[in-house]
Design a protein around this ligand. Structure first.
Ligand SMILES: C[S@@+](CC[C@H](N)C(=O)[O-])C[C@H]1O[C@@H](n2cnc3c(N)ncnc32)[C@H](O)[C@@H]1O
Length: 304
């Protein structure tokens, strides 16, 4: 099967990086290799990381023509500093799942097709079905509430625990029976939020993002740029807060703390407001509608 993922905010991402001989960019979410390909075409060297062996194989084939300028690494971007000892000139993260992951029923991400209730982006760890079976009902409800922002989390957790679904269809039926028909959302499938929550939990998505954000100061060389595309508010909030802190914009010091000891800005923002897709791009790729790109640059003279 062809590995086709329509890359979002392609030009917007590439323009954030200043070209220069032998500059190295880490693409922490290689996927189909769309961002990597455009960066290689612009003259950068790229190290592409993905936890999904299927994505790695497809992107490696697509990018083979760039020879030793491109290197693929299997792993999780939380460990970016171990996988790619820096310093490097850039980091790109295009968060979430790729279209081939979502559209392959056997991967178990979609509530629209039937398949095993898996949801793992990589090939290790616990599946969504195993997570539901293991987790106490209260904890499952909290997870659906926090990661899915789902108000009916308690009754959905109850029906999931009662039925222990093994397939996506069984999970959809369990969610439906946990939400009274008149409370089903109008613009969304009733299982959207629960599936989002399970996916985030199975893949440790917010922990992965927090670890990558924490690694940025040590990973980037002075002048290096970090660019992150997020697709939902939980991710975007983490990116926004972390970037503000790097730019010295969050006053999180205790009252009375001597201002001379305040952490000086190590970075400058390249996106006062999040960069979003043009109307044209959204018309061609509806997935781009919720994409938010934020970027920061490490100031020259800052060493770690
Ligand atoms: C939205 S796709 C990236 C698409 C890519 N930018 C392109 O243009 O083709 C996200 C990719 O990141 C991978 N991924 C998500 N979280 C990851 C993590 N924590 N570590 C490594 N790879 C991850 C997924 O497996 C998926 O292939």
């Amino acid at each position: 099967m062809a590995f086709t993922h329509q890359t979002v905010l392609l030009g917007e991402v590439v323009r954030l990086f200043s070209p220069g001989a032998d500059r190295v960019i880490v693409d922490g979410t290689l996927g189909g290799g769309g961002h990597s390909e455009a960066l290689l075409e612009a003259g950068f060297r790229v190290v592409g990381i993905d936890r999904d062996p299927v994505a790695l194989a497809a992107a490696s084939a697509r990018l083979a023509r760039f020879g030793e300028k491109f290197r693929a690494v299997k792993g999780e971007f939380a460990g970016v500093q171990t996988l790619v000892p820096g310093p490097v000139d850039g980091l790109v993260l295009d968060l979430g799942v790729s279209s081939p992951q979502l559209d392959t029923p056997e991967r178990g991400f979609s509530f629209q097709t039937d398949g095993p209730l898996d949801m793992r982006m990589g090939d290790t760890g616990e599946t969504a079905a195993e997570l539901i079976a293991r987790m106490p009902e209260g904890q499952l409800a909290d997870l659906i509430y926090l990661y899915g922002e789902e108000r009916a989390s308690r009754s959905i957790a109850r029906t999931l625990k009662a039925r222990l679904p093994k397939t996506t269809s069984e999970a959809v039926e369990a969610v439906k029976s946990g939400v009274p028909r008149k409370a089903w959302p109008k613009e969304l499938h009733v299982a959207t939020r629960t599936f989002q929550a399970l996916r985030i939990a199975v893949n440790g998505e917010l922990d992965q993002l927090e670890a990558a954000l924490a690694a940025i100061p040590g990973l980037l060389a002075p002048g290096g740029v970090a660019a992150i595309i997020s697709f939902h508010s939980l991710e975007d909030r983490l990116v926004k807060q972390s970037f503000k802190r790097l730019c010295g914009e969050i006053d999180d010091l205790p009252p009375g703390f001597p201002i001379a000891n305040a952490r000086a800005a190590q970075f400058e923002t390249l996106s006062k407001r999040p960069i979003v897709a043009s109307d044209d791009e959204v018309a061609q790729n509806p997935r781009a509608r919720s994409a938010k790109l934020r970027a920061v640059r490490k100031l020259s003279g800052v060493t770690s």
